[in-house]
Each structure stands twice: as structure tokens, then as C-alpha cells.
Design a binder for this molecule. Structure first.
Ligand SMILES: Cc1cc2nc3c(=O)[nH]c(=O)nc-3n(C[C@H](O)[C@H](O)[C@H](O)COP(=O)(O)O)c2cc1C
Length: 317
């Protein structure tokens, strides 16, 4: 049974990639993830606000950003942790930068490459609240940032994309043209809640649910025939069947975070074993035998992923 895959041009022995999270803050824990079968790991993000003076980075000084010392990793600490992970692990280590506009923080990508990162994942977490900012302005800045970073480093750059763009497929193709080697589908927004007793808004961090995978499956299926680079799923993979679905719709790699936070590193063995059992039952010997089989170009009823299905579903009730 061959579970090897290529992601961002990197050969991975398994499609399961431990996604950006605190799971790699501790090198011995990262070793356990590797021993349990992870194909690669992504470090937690380093934020633009840590790499530039907040006023210059965001104009949002005083709007609730953490104080410098409150971030888990300073930039120096981040580089030391990357160095340590590279020393301890044989699987690829992907660094993560989180920001939203070109600037000095993008230069840090070069430091990450020098410290041994095998790839960089860019997270464009952005909540645009200013009505004067148009959609194309947001996307032009993203493309400029990707081009700037992809030009500055020789390692592959992936973009963790938000699903909240008007034309996700167009943007994904444009990101590739700007130099992205892959797209992570999707960024997961943490939604603040509102407390009706204290009359305050409060941040909440919920781990994901399997139902969140459906949005990702649709877009993997749509993007898979359109992009030439890699696709990874992130969000809602909790079982081997979930992983099989993501691979069938076109993912090269399957990122997992919540399921590992809930059950610990051994869950990776369970996911790998479950995927092998499913492949055996279906008569597949290699991931390449079925990757993308249910993408928009190859599945028997592509309308399932399109508007037609929305109408059919509503009319069936
Ligand atoms: C505790 C925690 C910390 C996270 N930190 C980051 C981060 O630093 N950068 C990032 O891009 N995503 C971060 N994420 C998001 C995950 O990488 C992932 O996209 C999300 O949890 C959805 O995947 P899942 O369903 O497998 O959990 C974090 C998620 C959790 C739960």
C-alpha cells in the first residue's frame, strides 16, 4: 500500500500533515507526531504584528492586539524552535507567517529559509471592516505579498486561503501565477461570540467539527482541475473517511489539528490504518490511483458541486 504523496514539491511518506498549531511548540511532541506517521508538520504562525511596529503594520494600535511579550514565540525564539525541529525530525517542517500586506515582515521569510524551513505557509487572516476597501484591493495586496515572498526565497510557498472571496478559483490561479506552489483550503476563522448576560463580545476557540469539511470538499473539487500546484485540505478532517473524501476531491495533503489536539499523536496511526483499510476495500494500491477522482472534471455528476445542486436540494424539500 503506497501512501506517499508530493506536496509543494516535497516528497511526503504520508498525506497527513499536522497543521499550524501549538503542536510543534514542543520538539519531543513533534517527534511523537512523526513517529505516529505524520508526513510533515506546520509550525504555529508568526504574526506580521510581531515583525513590524504595530502602528506601521496595521494602524490598529490600541485595538486589542496582544502586547509584544504576550505572543508565544518571539521571532528569535521561532527561529530557534525551527532549528530544533529540523535537528530532531526527518520529515519536512513548514514555517507559517500570518499577515495581510506586503512589508518588512515578508523579509522574515528569508530568515525562515536560512533556518532550514522546507516550505512557508502564508496565512492571510484578514477581516476587512473598512467599507472603503474594495475586494480587488485586498486581493492585489495578497498577490503582491506572495510575489514578494516567492521571489525572496527558493523554498516553496503555500497560501492558506479564506473561503470568503468572490471568485476563489480565479484567485487561486492568480496566486499560482504570483508564485504560490500550493493552496491550503481553507483558513478557519475563529468567530467571536456575544454574551447576552454581560453584554460583551468575547473571543472563543472551538475545535472543528467534521461538518466543516463539506465546504472544503466542494472547493477542492472545483480547484483540483484548475490549479497546477498542490492542494491541501485544512478544516474538519476527523476520520480516515474524511481524509479519503479530501483526497478523492483533489487534495495532495490532509492537514489535521483538532483531531490531534483531542486525541493526541496516536490518532495519526488510526487515521493511516483506516485509510489503508479503505484503500484495500476499494482496490486502490496507491494514493495516485484515486486522488482527484471526484473533482469537477472527473466525477460523474459535476453538478453536485455547482449551483444546479443547490436548486435541486432546495426543490426536493
Ligand atoms: C489551538 C489552535 C491554534 C492554531 N494556530 C494556528 C496558527 O498559528 N496559524 C494558522 O494558520 N492556523 C492555526 N490554527 C488553525 C489550524 O491550522 C487549522 O487550520 C484549523 O484548526 C482547522 O483544521 P482542523 O479542523 O484540523 O482543526 C490553529 C488552530 C487551533 C485549534
Amino acid at each position: 500500500m503506497n501512501l506517499a504523496t508530493r506536496y509543494l514539491g516535497l516528497p511526503l511518506r504520508s498525506p497527513f500533515v499536522v497543521g499550524a498549531s501549538p503542536l510543534c511548540d514542543d520538539a519531543p511532541l513533534a517527534r511523537q507526531l512523526q513517529d505516529a506517521g505524520a508526513g510533515a508538520v506546520v509550525m504555529r504562525s508568526l504574526f506580521e504584528e510581531q515583525l513590524e511596529p504595530p502602528a506601521a503594520a496595521s494602524g490598529n494600535l490600541g485595538l486589542g492586539f496582544p502586547e509584544y511579550a504576550d505572543y508565544q514565540f518571539s521571532p528569535d525564539h521561532y527561529l530557534r524552535q525551527l532549528d530544533l525541529l529540523k535537528e530532531q525530525l526527518t520529515i519536512p517542517v513548514i514555517a507559517s507567517l500570518n499577515g495581510h500586506q506586503p512589508g518588512a515582515w515578508t523579509e522574515f521569510a528569508v530568515c525562515l529559509e536560512r533556518a532550514g524551513a522546507d516550505a512557508i505557509e502564508l496565512n492571510f487572516y484578514q477581516v476587512v471592516t473598512n467599507p472603503a476597501i474594495a475586494a480587488d484591493q485586498v486581493e492585489t495586496e495578497m498577490l503582491r505579498t506572495v510575489a514578494e515572498i516567492a521571489d525572496a526565497v527558493h523554498i516553496p510557498v503555500a497560501v492558506k486561503l479564506s473561503p470568503f472571496h468572490s471568485s476563489v478559483a480565479q484567485l487561486a490561479v492568480a496566486l499560482e501565477l504570483a508564485g504560490a506552489a500550493g493552496i491550503v483550503v481553507f483558513n478557519r476563522f475563529f468567530q467571536p461570540d456575544v454574551d447576552p448576560d454581560t453584554l460583551e463580545a468575547r473571543p472563543v476557540l472551538h475545535l472543528s467539527e467534521p461538518s466543516e469539511l463539506l465546504l472544503r470538499l466542494r472547493w477542492l473539487a472545483i480547484l483540483s482541475p484548475q490549479v497546477r500546484g498542490s492542494l491541501a485540505v485544512s478544516g474538519g478532517v476527523h476520520s480516515a473517511a474524511d481524509a479519503a473524501k479530501a483526497l478523492l476531491t483533489g487534495a495532495h495533503a490532509v492537514q489535521v489539528v483538532s483531531v490531534v489536539l483531542r486525541h493526541g499523536p496516536p490518532v495519526l496511526q488510526t487515521l493511516l490504518r483506516g485509510l489503508e483499510i479503505w484503500m484495500r476495500e476499494q482496490g486502490f494500491a496507491d494514493l495516485a490511483d484515486f486522488r482527484g477522482r471526484l473533482n469537477l472534471a472527473r466525477c460523474r455528476d459535476s453538478s453536485a458541486f455547482e449551483r444546479a445542486n443547490y436548486i435541486r436540494t432546495l426543490q426536493s424539500m
